[in-house]
Write a protein that binds this ligand. Sequence first.
Ligand code: SF4
Length: 321
Amino acid sequence: MSQKPKLRVVLCAPRGFCAGVVRAIDVVERALQIYGPPVYVRHEIVHNKYVVESLKAKGAVFIEELNEAPAGSAPVIFSAHGVAKSVPAEAEARRLFTIDATCPLVTKVHREAQVHFKRGRKVILIGHAGHPEVIGTMGQLPPGAIVLVSTVEDVKAMKVEDESNLAYVTQTTLSVDDTHEVVDALKTRFPEIAAPAQGDICYATTNRQEAVKQVASTVDAVIVVGSPNSSNSQRLAEVAERAGCKTARLLPSAADIDWDIFGAIRSLAITAGASAPEVLVERVIDAFAERYDIAVETLTTADETVFFPLPRSLREVAAQA
Ligand code: SF4
């Protein structure tokens, strides 16, 4: 008979990879197959060290700026987070061959901002300063055309010239609940503000937050598998805490489990950010199985069938190959 203590493990579903991340990784892998290494990738293709290291091992070279890529025939891939307009413009000026792995749901936000701008509206972006997606979205319009806000306080402090000509868009990976508060503050202060038809927080962010929210108050601890620089992973840990779990941690890998915290629990929920591969979740489960007699169950709160095809340029080349 097992001498290990019992542990109930609830796997949140959906968790882990979203359609945009699957597509972005596929873009790099297909480019490596078609063109051979090296292919250059501007910034982390998705925010996950394991994914980046795996692609490096296959011949991808990650760069911060375009001037690190030599002119020539090797492709330069833009990450899933999207890029400012100045980036493809610079690439064209340097005659670089580029492939855009921006998630179509980020591109949708870019288009919304552009449409509002064409209609003469000041655009307010709800998001986190410094995140690559925010830099990319702000860079869709000329400097000063987009105002970034993160909190209700930011909304209250905003100075606006024409209150009747405003629109807002959001980062795709925000906390659904926090964003409602900021949107409410915007609508209260600017009743005529134009809103996205269906919201900009993506289906994957929404679904992962909903699953962890439902389970958080029923378990002793929550682990979010994901990288510390992954916005949607950070939000999952916050959502778990707010939903009533006192011990919610964002962990990049099983090696990061602090057994002083997780060594004496009776129930645990596990989820993963949209850029975290399932193998990292399996390793976390294995680590708990070494110390506990685990009983694994799955809480499914949504079925996901979203799929994004590869960029047309890659599909066409692949079809000719
Ligand atoms: S988290 Fe959402 S916006 Fe980001 S890549 Fe995935 S589907 Fe696209």
